[in-house]
Design a protein around this ligand. Sequence first.
Ligand code: DGI
Length: 153
Amino acid sequence: MSSQTERTFIAVKPDGVQRGLVSQILSRFEKRGYKLVGIKLVQADDKLLEQHYAEHVGKPFFPKMVSFMKSGPILATVWEGKDVVKQGRIILGATNPLASAPGTIRGDLGIDLGRNVCHGSDSVESAEREIKLWFQKEDLISWESNQAKWIYE
Ligand code: DGI
């Protein structure tokens, strides 16, 4: 059962930041009713990316992906709300933008796999791991939204 305090890690990759898509991406999560509890711009380094993408280290595309992810700032965010991990992935769309449905971020804003605009945790366990990797505990703010009663029954 997912709770209203479930959290996920959503990042706008360097292509999304460079293309001025940050506000659009944040807006999709805000409008859906999710609560922003952490946000910062990060210039990622090899160590962070090797930890974040541990499952991909050694794959042929890895060096190119790391160099892309270091090519500019990444907007790191944490969102809270019911089923936010799964819904976040749905809002982002499929990994390959060409396979993403219109209406999703990648389906509306991307074309190539290596420029897929955003990242979202793929499970509650990954979310916990990624949030710890990108944020200090004190960077995350628990706050009460006045909108909650209009979003949740
Ligand atoms: O969690 P996702 O980002 O949706 O997907 P993932 O964890 O399978 O892959 C992480 C990122 O790595 C993905 O957003 C884009 C990149 N990637 C994955 N597979 C390939 C790839 N990049 C290239 N160039 N080729 C791949 O096969």
